[in-house]
Design a protein around this ligand. Structure first.
Ligand code: 13P
Length: 253
């Protein structure tokens, strides 16, 4: 089954409203972004979402947020709901990023509840999993990824899983300039696809997009995306430069 490639820029805590406008206009000005088969998404910080929606209107670039609440609304100071995101023009939301897990104590259970809430609101979750350096060195990658995938997808139906995107982001490769080799990344992607097949069925496993994140840049993107189980990328630092991001999008086809 041919899966459409997906490339998302995770801007993290970068770019205010004026800078968002500037970067998006630069990205839109790149000829390679206007064409191509791959789905492209950008995930700016919350205060920039509405402006991003205006700037991107009529373009092929989709809009995502970097997190959301597990709750629908109410007395949850500092939180943002799924409905607020869709109202601001978001179609996607990153959930369970390793920085949320590491700095905000997010667990697989919490991420699972957020996934359920996002799907109910019609958002496409980009759900992150990934092992730490210690886990990789101790040969615990398979166990860690298996536990995370099972935890974040708990109680979901295969039809729901086929509509979401799983991002494999080895923690040791994030922002470090160390990329997993295409072989290392593909091995984990194949593991995840195998888990989906065992837990749901082959159709679900073959429909679900699994993207790679961790120091993807314009030089290594094509080789990573050429691997059979790598369906695109979640791009941090390189998504903050229009030229790099557009080259990465081009590498996705
Ligand atoms: P870098 O591309 O900066 O390594 O970040 C990856 C990431 O965390 C994307 O979500």
């Amino acid at each position: 089954m041919k899966r459409r490639k997906f490339v998302a820029g995770n801007w993290k805590m970068n770019k205010d409203i004026a800078e968002t406008t500037e970067l998006l206009n630069a990205v839109l000005g790149m000829p390679t972004v206007a064409t191509g088969e791959a789905e492209i998404c950008v995930c700016p910080p919350f205060p920039s979402l509405l402006r991003a929606e205006h700037v991107l209107a009529g373009s092929r670039i989709l809009l995502g947020a970097q997190d959301m609440s597990e709750h629908d609304g109410g007395a949850f100071t500092g939180e943002v709901s799924a409905r607020m995101l869709t109202a601001a023009g978001c179609t996607h939301v990153i959930l369970g990023h390793s920085e949320r897990r590491q700095y905000h104590g997010e667990t697989d259970g919490l991420i699972n509840r957020k996934v359920v809430r996002a799907l109910a609101a019609g958002l496409v979750p980009i759900v992150c999993v990934g092992e730490s350096l210690t886990e990789r060195e101790k040969d615990e990658t398979t166990a860690r990824i298996t536990a995370q995938v099972e935890g974040v997808l708990n109680n979901l139906a295969g039809s729901q899983v086929a509509g979401l995107i799983i991002a494999y982001e080895p923690v040791w490769a994030i922002g470090t300039g160390k990329t997993a080799t295409p072989g290392q990344a593909n091995d984990v992607h194949a593991l995840v696809r195998g888990l989906l097949s065992a837990r749901f069925d082959e159709k679900t496993a073959n429909s679900t997009r699994i993207i790679y994140g961790g120091s993807v840049n314009e030089k290594n993107a094509a080789e990573l995306f050429a691997r059979p189980d790598i369906d695109g990328g979640l791009i941090g630092g390189a998504s903050l430069k229009a030229g790099s991001f557009s080259s990465i999008c081009q590498a996705a086809g």
